[in-house]
Design a protein around this ligand. Structure first.
Ligand SMILES: *[C@@H]1O[C@H](CO)[C@@H](O)[C@H](O)[C@H]1NC(C)=O
Ligand SMILES: *[C@@H]1O[C@H](CO)[C@@H](O)[C@H](O)[C@H]1NC(C)=O
Ligand SMILES: *[C@@H]1O[C@H](CO)[C@@H](O)[C@H](O)[C@H]1NC(C)=O
Ligand SMILES: *[C@@H]1O[C@H](CO)[C@@H](O)[C@H](O)[C@H]1NC(C)=O
Ligand SMILES: *[C@@H]1O[C@H](CO)[C@@H](O)[C@H](O)[C@H]1NC(C)=O
Ligand SMILES: *[C@@H]1O[C@H](CO)[C@@H](O)[C@H](O)[C@H]1NC(C)=O
Ligand SMILES: *[C@@H]1O[C@H](CO)[C@@H](O)[C@H](O)[C@H]1NC(C)=O
Ligand SMILES: *[C@@H]1O[C@H](CO)[C@@H](O)[C@H](O)[C@H]1NC(C)=O
Ligand SMILES: *[C@@H]1O[C@H](CO)[C@@H](O)[C@H](O)[C@H]1NC(C)=O
Length: 889
């Protein structure tokens, strides 16, 4: 009977004093010890995990503090801690902690201790790492894994502690073709050419300390397979990848984060399959060779190899998120027979022997990111293989050509007209996917013997909802590391409770819409739609600028802040998927627009407006730090440091600029929006400074210089656009106002793509050192945006005119009210929240079931909801409750 090591829990005896009692005698909460809890209930399986903890400003110095993890049963949990962020005064702001596999506790405690402490702090781990010129070898104690530094093989070997090799020659495989049949009725179309590629490694690195966790990062691209067939044309190396392997002490599992950037030519490069393949040595007799494939809801297909060699789970005929089929065949060249089919498959497969063990591979969100596929082949030979396809070769090739040819828009004027009518901002050449990316998470498990089906069902749950630890949310709030504007008021009035109900309604509604509207698929999973079509009972997936949302008006920030307030596990997973999608696919990672994102549209990359408001790093910050500094997200944050260079090749607002304002791509005088563009760049600078990244001094200096420059503009944020020197961060007045007499150019968009939240964090980051003139500049903008026209005129010489998004801007007024302790202003803020635009208090706040012949399948509809309102309503409700909750009528 196979015995699964990971279900054996050893409880260590412990008779010590609770750690928190050793310290702290302060009237302010000392928070030397922080409780860490599981996001969901305690997991059935935990092969090691990483999480982040924030610390209050000024409390701990890196050179004088050690951080250690304990639990009620164990004073020194096998773990590793490191610093991920610093405050402006160099005190510790964020730490990350990796916990080894093994004992899973109800909860944990992280304690900041003086380096002088004599207490033994670190549990023993079993991890070792060897970095030699040709290869990196990591031994977790359960599996030993070898990563070559050159060639095409990412993982040379996975060996269990008993010496069995359960996986080898793990490599990426890719298939593409040169064309697709565009019209099946035509006979004269030339047949496509087919290309096969494999990973080509350019660079392999390993993390430094490797106590509880080792991270191996492999970078490379895909190189054409040279198989001596000269009739195939040559294809360049392409589709650069970064694959990260996370290995934890005492764990039989490897977590893999696979990121791929598209750098092909859409009309002649059609990707047919993206896979990761492992060979599995097989020595057992055929009847003792086992194949397992996860089905639905804990179901597992069990087959012995006798009589088959190939087994495949593929997307099924419907090629949607809903169906899959299982097929098998005796060998290549023979036909497939169907085994069965069903709905949403778990995405896990095992191949191995009863006595020699084998390999399990899994793909997270398998069906949600369809079309995906699992293949098991050559199972009746000495070396079988498992392939997990992130994009299935059985599906239609990945077609990312433009979805229209301009529709007769022959010139720029036509394009502007269309922008007015369908809200679509199309321009030939700008609907390009060149540089977008996709990140997938995979898991490997090496076992000494075939796991029982129940264990595989547990693993299937794990790969789809990996265990997550979250620091106590009150502690996160007290630390002020993520600002001070999202805390829930302690004593909730009935009217505050009704706002809470509305926020819950909105987050539940969007999660429900994802499954009902099938917002799934390789490029789409994680996004939501922008605008609803009441007549069709359908979101406007096919109408110009109304389709995919691409972070318009910051729903990202709403979802994360609401998670911080409620701790809901479902919301965390939803926001995580949203963060992955919006950071990867809606943003360019190479090419001329690197660092910019694409405005909302029918394809994630189709709109011609390329802006930093979409790539805004603030959208990914909560996830990044809470999960302990997710390295892929870290790369995305770094990229935005250079977004400013893209302003030299594309004018982000060329379609909406006033005719008398000329955009000059001068690196010393770039016309930028001091809210919309600056807030994205400022967030990137702040994060780089916090992280002490390689460019933190440049980042800090540009941040301070621009804050100074904005404060010096006569009308500060009301100026709208100003000139920015990207070499040294100097801001000067726009060219039409060289003497800084004051320009009034207020936009409803300035503050709604992260500006409010970035400044809230700058405020706590600097503490008392926040430049006073900048604080005053922001306070002014917050006060005047919704003020009476006469007041605006008195201050800036001109009224701002009729603007938009007053409900969302009520949180700016709330900030001013809180800062100035002004009850009249607080009342004004709540009035703006309730009685201007956006969602009305007497909106239905419920869905209506639409069924029968009106729709393809039954749906829950809230025709009054638009995603634009969601992000801004949500953020305004949250911030107003936190800042002026006591004034809520
Ligand atoms: C401990 O706390 C008590 C009560 O708050 C206070 O009187 C005392 O001075 C504190 N002692 C130290 C060493 O801080
Ligand atoms: C620790 O760092 C702080 C702040 O950087 C510095 O003032 C202090 O002198 C350092 N202490 C030691 C012992 O190095
Ligand atoms: C740690 O020990 C050093 C040297 O003995 C001493 O200077 C320092 O104040 C101690 N730090 C704390 C926090 O006790
Ligand atoms: C770690 O290992 C050392 C040496 O084997 C032993 O003395 C120590 O007690 C162990 N620590 C823990 C926390 O298990
Ligand atoms: C590999 O990447 C690391 C980290 O980015 C870099 O320091 C190193 O120079 C690279 N090595 C090669 C051979 O490119
Ligand atoms: C297997 O199922 C597919 C649909 O998934 C169908 O197209 C095919 O004809 C079936 N094959 C056989 C042999 O029944
Ligand atoms: C730009 O043109 C608009 C409309 O033509 C006009 O209202 C505005 O005053 C002009 N701005 C400047 C700075 O000349
Ligand atoms: C930045 O460069 C500009 C133009 O070269 C110069 O006028 C300005 O003084 C510089 N600012 C700083 C802070 O160095
Ligand atoms: C409070 O704000 C109101 C409304 O803007 C303003 O009229 C009043 O002067 C402010 N009160 C104080 C004490 O600043």
């Amino acid at each position: 009977m196979p015995h699964l090591k990971f279900f054996l829990f050893t409880l260590l005896g412990f008779s010590g004093q609770a750690v928190s009692q050793l310290y702290s005698n302060s009237t302010i909460p000392e928070n030397r010890s922080v409780k860490i809890q599981w996001l969901d209930q305690k997991p059935a399986y935990n092969p090691g995990t990483t999480f982040g903890v924030p610390w209050p400003r000024g409390r701990y110095q890196a050179n004088d503090t050690i951080f250690a993890v304990s639990s009620e049963g164990n004073p020194s949990v096998a773990s590793e801690s490191w610093i991920t962020g610093y405050w402006s005064d160099s005190s510790v702001k964020w730490t990350a902690h990796a916990i080894a596999a093994g004992v899973t506790e109800e909860d944990y405690t992280v304690t900041a201790m003086s380096k002088n402490s004599t207490r033994s702090t670190l549990g023993n781990t079993t991890l070792t790492a060897h970095n030699s010129p040709d290869i990196i070898e990591i031994d977790t104690g359960k599996i030993a894994v070898a990563f070559p530094k050159t060639g095409n093989v990412l993982v040379k070997q996975i060996k269990t502690s008993s010496g069995q090799v359960v996986g080898q020659d793990g490599k990426l495989i890719l298939r593409s073709q040169s064309s697709v049949l565009d019209d099946e009725d035509k006979q004269d179309q030339s047949a496509p050419e087919y290309f096969n590629f494999e990973s080509k490694i350019n660079n392999v690195t390993v993390s430094k300390d490797n106590t509880a966790r080792a991270l191996v990062t492999v970078r490379g691209d895909q190189r054409q397979v040279q198989d001596g067939n000269s009739s195939v044309s040559a294809h360049k190396d392409w589709l650069p990848f970064v694959v990260r392997f996370y290995l934890y002490s005492n764990s039989e599992s490897i977590r893999i984060v696979h990121s791929l950037i598209y750098d092909g030519v859409p009309k002649s490069d059609f990707v047919r399959g993206i896979g990761l393949r492992f060979d599995v040595p097989l020595e057992d007799e055929f009847y003792d060779r086992h194949i397992r494939i996860a089905g639905v809801d804990g179901g597992v297909l069990n087959e012995a190899v006798q009589g088959i060699t190939g087994l495949r789970r593929d997307p099924g005929q419907a090629l949607s998120s809903d169906g899959f089929t299982l097929k098998k065949r005796t060998k290549a060249g023979q036909s497939w027979i169907n085994i069965t089919g069903s709905t949403q498959a778990g995405g896990l497969a095992y191949l191995g022997g009863a006595t020699k063990g084998g390999l399990t591979v899994g793909l997270r969100n398998f069906w949600k990111q369809y079309p995906s596929q699992l293949d098991i082949s050559n199972a009746a030979t000495d070396v079988g293989s498992i392939t997990v396809w992130l994009y299935s070769p059985a599906a239609q090739p990945l077609d990312i050509r433009p979805y229209h040819d301009g529709l007769g828009e022959t010139d720029y004027a036509d394009q502007l007209d269309v922008l007015e009518i369908t809200y679509e901002d199309w321009e030939g050449g700008y609907d390009s996917p060149y540089g977008i990316a996709k990140t997938s998470e995979l898991f490997l498990f090496g076992f000494d013997s075939t796991p029982e089906s129940d264990s595989l069902a547990t693993l299937t749950d794990y790969i789809n909802s990996p265990s997550v630890l979250i620091a106590d949310r009150d502690h996160i709030a007290h630390s002020e590391a993520l600002g001070t504007y999202w805390q829930r008021p302690k004593n909730s009035s009935a009217s505050a409770q009704s706002l809470e109900d509305h926020l819950d309604f909105l987050t539940d509604f969007y999660q429900g819409q994802v499954s009902q509207r099938k917002w799934y698929g390789f490029w789409d999973h994680g996004d939501v739609m922008h605008t609803y079509d009441v007549d069709r009972h359908e979101w406007r997936y096919d109408v110009g600028g109304y389709a995919w949302d691409n972070s318009e008006l910051s729903p990202n920030l709403f979802f994360w802040n609401q998670f911080l307030r409620t701790g809901q596990a479902d919301l965390y997973r939803f926001a995580e998927a949203h963060t992955r999608h919006t950071g990867e696919t809606d943003v360019y990672h190479l090419g001329p627009w690197k660092g910019l994102g694409t405005r909302h549209g029918i394809n994630h990359w189709s709109d011609s407006s390329k802006q930093i408001r979409i790539s805004q790093p603030q959208y990914r910050k909560v996830f990044y730090y809470l999960i302990g500094g997710d390295e892929r997200t870290g790369d995305l944050l770094t990229e935005i440091l250079d977004a400013e260079k893209a302003f030299l090749v594309v004018d982000p607002r060329r379609k909406v600029r006033a005719a008398n304002i000329t955009y000059v791509a001068d690196p010393k005088a770039l016309l930028i929006d001091v809210g919309l563009d600056w807030s994205g760049q400022a967030a990137a600078w702040l994060i780089e400074w916090e992280r002490r990244g390689p460019r933190w001094q440049e980042a800090k200096s540009k941040l301070l210089e621009t804050m100074k420059g904005i404060a010096k503009l006569k009308n500060v944020f009301v100026t709208g656009e100003a000139l920015y020197n990207l070499y040294n961060g100097t801001i000067s007045p726009p060219s039409q106002d060289p003497d800084n007499k004051g320009v009034v150019a207020v936009s409803h968009l300035t503050a709604v793509f992260g500006l409010v939240e970035v400044i809230a964090e700058l405020t706590t980051h600097f503490g008392d050192a926040l430049p006073a003139d900048f604080e005053q500049a922001w306070l002014d903008y917050c006060y005047y945006f919704g003020a009476k026209q006469a007041e605006q005129k008195a201050r800036d010489g001109e009224a701002f005119g009729k603007l938009n998004l007053y409900q969302g801007h009520s949180r700016l007024t709330a900030y001013a009210a809180n800062k100035l302790h002004n009850a009249t202003l607080a009342a004004r803020a709540w009035n703006e929240f309730h009685n201007t635009d956006g969602f009305k208090a007497d909106a239905p706040w419920r869905t209506e079931r639409i069924e029968g012949s009106k729709v393809l399948s039954p749906v829950d509809e809230a025709a009054w909801v638009s995603t634009n309102d969601v992000g801004q309503y949500g953020l305004a409700a949250i911030k107003n409750l936190a800042l002026i909750g006591e004034y809520l009528p």
